[in-house]
Design a protein around this ligand. Sequence first.
Ligand code: AMP
Ligand code: GLY
Length: 420
Amino acid sequence: MRILVVGSGGREHALAWKISQSPLVTALFAAPGNPGIAKVAELVPLKADDLDGLVDFARRERLDLVVVGPEAPLVAGLVDRLSAAGILAFGPTAAAAEIEGSKAFAKEVMVAAGIPTAEFATFTELEPALAWARRREGQVVVKADGLAAGKGVVVCSDMLEVEGALQEILVARIHGAAGARVLLEEKLTGPEASCICITDGKRVRMLPPAQDHKRIFDGDRGPNTGGMGAFCPTPKVTPDQLAEIQRTVLVPAIRELARRGRIFRGALYAGLMLTPRGPRVLEFNARLGDPETQPILLRIKGDLVPLLVGAARGDLGEAMIELDSRASVGVVLAAAGYPGQVSTGDDVEGADAAFAPDIQVFHAATTRDAEGRLLTAGGRVLTVCALGAGLDDAARRAYGAVARIRFRGMQFRKDIGASP
Ligand code: AMP
Ligand code: GLY
């Protein structure tokens, strides 16, 4: 098969690495990819949001499958465009991806399907939003309705924080049109879990449950980021609970979308908070998680391609997920300044060292200069992943590899996977 992976992050490197091991693959491309992906796929200089360019390339190269990593091209309709051109694609249509593209739409689906989630209200004006928050004494979460690269959510503890968040998102529009409407939610407490399935629109195959660390600093302090690391499995979700989440969250969401004529094929991600009153959905994503995908894929044995093809075709058939019984941990190495303004163009040393086969360094924001030197090129630079006998062992091995990598201002959390 001739396959293209769309995207350039750590998730796409992990996907390309895994897909490249499939005996079904005769050619593997990535657009635009990154220097890590270049080791397993041929890079195509097309951006993930260049829908015309990607469709042309897929046609010209007679691709058998396009695997779309990030949300933006999904929400923009890349899969619709590819399907119209007769090209099989892994990922939902724009209509189905709206479950991630609009938090208000996601809530509508959850309410209609009876999926447990936080109490909420949506607003386009400041005063009524403030009044709703005041009744809850500022113990609310402010969310931009649209896509904001994982940064449009502010967890508040008092009215001063609520006012600040609403001023920025709704009034000053720091996330642009994504903040024209905001969602306010009751603030929940509990550990978080990412439960992701591969679906053909009817049936699902659960990936092992993972946990992401969203805050920038150890001990879950500081601002939210795109994710500073992840581990898998999370002991907070037992196999029975995962089956329950499949039955009460993922399958009802897929059914409700289908009922609305928005058949969801691809990876559906439920971000959950495990509250004292049971699991509650914080968000749905219409794709695999980043960085969760990196440690998750390390644990998948066998071929991923039949699963991707089955989901894309709308018939998972017999395709199953076989798991390595070991645990995995992925540590994100971020550039100085992340999640704010970051420094770029710094030399990265040690990322290409020879690590053990069950240690993988996935590139996210890296580039090579004319002399072939590896440089930082954005916020989350690398995800260093390792398998281990348990989470502690996996973390110890991942941090052992981290210690061999350096770039100026490198920041990372020291507690990924530690006694969750
Ligand atoms: P989201 O992008 O909606 O998943 O939100 C990002 C992060 O904000 C989550 O991973 C949680 O840590 C936090 N968060 C979101 N919604 C809530 C909520 N209702 N209560 C408490 N924390 C939340
Ligand atoms: N790690 C969170 C996300 O992918 O949205």
